[in-house]
Design a binder for this molecule. Structure first.
Ligand SMILES: [Zn+2]
Length: 320
């Protein structure tokens, strides 16, 4: 038996949700480290960013948003394929569900397994899981960038692929006029990273360089508070990069000397915990993170598929 409860299965206390208006018609809902969501008003439509884990959870967010605007949702943008970001999509009645082409392929390849895995890891986020009608299929995909004209004098919303990172198909949403960036899980603001499906090398180098080059002045990360101001945005990106670099150093050193996965986990935990140990999902994600990075160092190009069974095996092996 593990001495620690599995993943976030014992994290059952509701989080305080905060809706912030970041600019005219630009909204973010943060929730003390639970997955963030956002929305941008066009002249006569809405773009929503991220869908939450279930339609019931999504409707709670839409209820808050409807206190500000009753425009219909034309685009639902999904930053990546993870279940807690996408399975609430049906609640939005969007004309188009927008994602990177790799995200659509990942839903086809591993969406079902990921659903079961994430439900087991984070049961609190799945409010009324029976309300999920099935997998969420993006209907509008792209490979590099896609611009949405917001109409009137509202400018553009730029959707951009910055390289492989948190997954093989993360995109960010950027408003050049107000310099607000929705970064998905590519950047976290005072929340631990999840890297179980990641490409640590790409993410910590060129991908984060491209995110930083956008020059955002407000950043909504995947989890955690909104970073406001250039200094706070840079700090969030730097923290994300540092977390990845410490993981690469620690796991890399044990891997090079022919040590074990458990030794790599213990070394990484010891190195990260003083700075990040109290942040949301740190204990939950670290076993999966180290396992994926170990695979990456073994030359396994694409992340292995997480299943509910494999989750438990890795947890029992490392997080005792
Ligand atoms: Zn994710």
């Amino acid at each position: 038996m593990s001495s620690k409860p599995f993943a976030s299965s014992a994290d059952l206390a509701e989080k305080q949700e905060t809706l912030e208006v970041l600019a005219d018609g630009v909204y973010a809902l943060t929730a003390e480290g639970d997955p963030n969501v956002g929305a941008v008003e066009g002249e006569d439509f809405l773009v929503c960013f991220e869908a939450r884990a279930t339609p019931v959870a999504a409707r709670e967010w839409l209820g808050r948003l409807r206190e500000h605007t009753d425009k219909p949702v034309r685009y639902l943008v999904l930053s990546h394929y993870h279940a807690v970001r996408v399975l609430g999509a049906s609640a939005f009645d969007a004309d188009a569900i927008v994602a990177h082409e790799n995200t659509r392929a990942l839903v086809a390849e591993r969406g079902k397994q990921d659903w079961e895995s994430e439900l087991g890891r984070m049961p609190r986020l799945f409010k009324d899981p029976a309300s999920i009608p099935g997998l969420t299929w993006p209907t509008l995909t792209f490979s590099d960038r896609l611009e949405i004209d917001l109409g009137g004098d509202r400018g553009q919303l730029l959707l951009q692929f910055c390289g492989r990172g948190h997954t093989e198909g993360d995109i960010v949403a950027f408003l050049p006029r107000t310099r607000v960036l929705f970064a998905g899980d590519l950047v976290e603001t005072q929340a631990a990273l999840y890297t179980g499906d990641a490409f640590h090398g790409d993410w910590s180098a060129g991908t984060l360089d491209r995110v930083a080059a956008l020059g955002a002045e407000a950043l909504v990360g995947g989890r955690g508070a909104v970073a406001r101001g250039r200094e706070a945005v840079d700090a969030a990106i730097t923290q994300t990069r540092h977390f990845l670099q410490v993981m690469r150093e620690q796991v890399g050193a044990v891997h090079r000397r022919g040590g074990t996965l458990k030794e790599a986990f213990d070394a990484t935990h010891a190195a990260l915990a003083p700075r990040y140990g109290s942040w949301p999902i740190f204990e939950h994600t670290l076993p999966f993170n180290v396992s994926r990075l170990w695979d990456e160092l073994d030359g396994i190009e694409r992340p292995r598929i997480w299943t509910a069974e494999r989750d438990r095996e890795v947890w029992d092996q490392l997080q005792r």
